[in-house]
Design a protein around this ligand. Sequence first.
Ligand SMILES: Nc1ncnc2c1ncn2[C@@H]1O[C@H](COP(=O)(O)OP(=O)(O)OP(=O)(O)O)[C@@H](O)[C@H]1O
Ligand SMILES: [Mg+2]
Length: 347
Amino acid sequence: MRFSLRGLITDDLAIDLGTAHTYIATRGRGLVVSEPTLVAIDRNDGEVIAVGNEALEMLGRSSEEIEICSPLDDGVVSDFDLTARMLSSYIRKARGSRALFSRRVILGVPSDITSVERHALVQAVQAAGADKVHVADKGYLAAMGAGIITNDERASMVVDLGAATTQMAIVSRSNLIASRSIRKGGADMDLAIIDHIKRYHNLLIGSRTAERVKIELGCALPIHKIPTAALESTKIRGQSLLKAVPEMLTIVPQEIHTAIEPVIREIINAIRRFMEDLSPEVAGDIYDKGLTITGGGALLAKMEERMASELNLKVATVKDPRASVVHGASMLFENPMLLRRLSRQYS
Ligand SMILES: Nc1ncnc2c1ncn2[C@@H]1O[C@H](COP(=O)(O)OP(=O)(O)OP(=O)(O)O)[C@@H](O)[C@H]1O
Ligand SMILES: [Mg+2]
């Protein structure tokens, strides 16, 4: 590891404020915060009583006095005050007891948010204690963190499959060639599972249960297309809508696939539309290099294969796909010229 005086006396933070998960990395120390984007609030006085993992533990089992919520919605701030309070707790944790002379932050944001939404994100980070905030496109950061940007000007393509957003980007060494985001992601798959179980089994399940079955049994391809698919099933518990009592149900992978398929299709259609606008040269580069997927959604079983067959491209998933954006953000700090070129600064 290389130590520099600047690295010791400054406190540059790379932040990926995701709808489901927040990552913070610092220069020199790497990833220092990896926690769910959640806060627990006391309903009586509005005080924040827990954030992150501690708040997650309370989810679904909290008393009437405690509300657990995400202060972000669709990748943008839905509650300014709570976002700032959660972030300031994470930033305190990230900084530890280091003496500081600089409080720079680099923050990745989805490409298709409004300037009002971008300002709200920046102001929440400033309210949490940052002096200077550099805002960069999440797609560029995901590509950088995935390590797919080559040393020439050939284009690479990345799709970050998040909880609430899907971010697509085409990048070259020093340019963001194209970038687009849609408000669809893994959390929409969870909602589709809740709807499906309600409609076909009259059972109301919670969002954590829906996410768990998606991770355990979800698959981007229909099960009959996978010769090696294990015929496992899982049990889920919820509240019966007919008898108003708790009930248990056995569920199989094909059912989960059926439930999440419309969301997967919508995401793939958006990627197709994004690719329609490519110039022939860029399309040629992408055909040669293939598509890299990042974000938690890249971990869905058979996602690579599904994208490869629908988009006629080689598809690869990066190692640790959920941390690509934050890794890319820390890498951008190391390159002041690119940082100036690809980010907008607010102070
Ligand atoms: N093994 C898995 N299989 C399927 N989905 C998964 C898996 N692991 C995580 N996910 C999903 O990935 C999503 C979280 O990914 P990620 O942390 O990249 O989102 P985020 O950055 O918080 O969201 P966004 O970028 O949209 O604001 C969740 O919807 C989660 O259920
Ligand atoms: Mg994300």
